[in-house]
Design a protein around this ligand. Structure first.
Ligand code: DON
Length: 307
């Protein structure tokens, strides 16, 4: 029997397979050795249909794609005002690993850059939470969104923690500026764990579809994030999710999105669907080169642009 959507998705992957630009992230040893031939896509509709093509069962570390989910958790756990007091919502125009503090407030510019994500991590599970409580809150939330229990890529966690000098530097600056109060080392450890959660494109498409579905997981029907938090998360993904390529992305693809250095990208189109792509080679902005091409093609073919 013909399956029109998976066949179409397989054709889209074939169309971008010849793109050989970019390189896998090299500052995390395990990611530098990734199999760069991997390519996968998944779509999940808000009514629970899931379609996949390519290496859709291959797991990879979620990396920065965890940042919107951590932001949602922080908003739920301490309230939006407390989050906004410590982390801004403006694009930084700088690379994801720069300090990028706002003049005057000394807040990290937004929760999608590393400085903002470290500050966000520190708010998860409330002011009295321990390191393990923050980590488990995030693993459990991301699992509820994926609809299955997620685990960690321990090799990625260990490799990243070993060389996390920039993130340690950022966390110490945040502590010195009074943005975080916990021990910087504990925050970096928890944040690196958050980034090492292992996912497939199917998991990510369902997580994105949960955002698109106002916080209700399409398969389980559970309200896993509060609706008001979802609006805030999708807004910040739109302006800051693709770093300094955000303008090109919004023009060409036109949906709230987030990328990660392992080569994943998610997109969430409110009321319609979540999508996820995976291919390890990154472009100059740190976004998956083939992944961006897949999303541009899907947006054009399926009319996904929000405008
Ligand atoms: O903190 C880091 O550098 C990584 N754990 C995550 C960075 C990331 O995914 C940036 N995304 N494109």
């Amino acid at each position: 029997m013909r399956s029109p959507v998976p066949d179409y998705l397989a054709d889209v992957l074939d169309a971008v397979r010849s793109i050989d630009d970019g390189a896998p992230a090299d500052y995390i040893e395990v990611l530098a050795k990734a199999d760069t031939s991997r390519l996968a896509v998944a779509l999940a509709t808000v009514d629970g249909e899931v379609y996949t093509a390519g290496d859709s069962d291959v797991a990879f570390s979620i990396q920065s794609i965890s940042k919107p989910f951590a932001y949602a958790a922080a908003i739920e756990d301490v309230g939006l005002d407390a989050v906004l007091a410590r982390i801004g919502v403006e694009p930084s125009g700088d690379a994801f690993n720069e300090l990028s503090l706002e003049d005057g407030t000394h807040r990290p510019m937004n929760p999608m850059i590393n400085a903002g994500a470290l500050a966000t991590h520190a708010l998860v599970a409330g002011p009295d939470a321990s390191g393990p409580q923050r980590v488990e809150r995030l693993r459990a939330l991301m699992s509820a969104m994926a609809g299955r229990e997620l685990g960690y890529d321990e090799a990625v966690y260990e490799a990243e923690l070993r060389d996390a000098h920039r993130n340690r530097g950022l966390a110490h600056m945040l502590r010195a500026g009074g943005i975080i109060h916990a021990e910087p080392e504990t925050i970096v450890d928890g944040y690196v764990r958050q980034c090492a959660v292992n996912v497939t494109v199917r998991d990510l498409a369902l997580m994105a579809a949960t955002l698109a579905n106002a916080g209700v997981q399409p398969l389980t029907g559970r309200q896993v994030i509060d609706r008001a938090g979802v609006r805030q998360v999708l807004s910040v993904m739109t302006t800051c999710g693709m770093y300094d390529a955000a303008g090109d992305w919004v023009s060409n693809v036109g949906i709230p999105a987030k990328s990660g250095v392992a080569g994943g990208i998610i997109g969430a189109l409110p009321g319609q669907l979540g999508l996820a792509v995976f291919s390890p080679k990154l472009d100059a902005h740190g976004n998956s080169a083939r992944g961006v091409a897949v999303c541009e093609r899907l947006s054009r073919d399926m009319g996904l642009h929000m405008m």
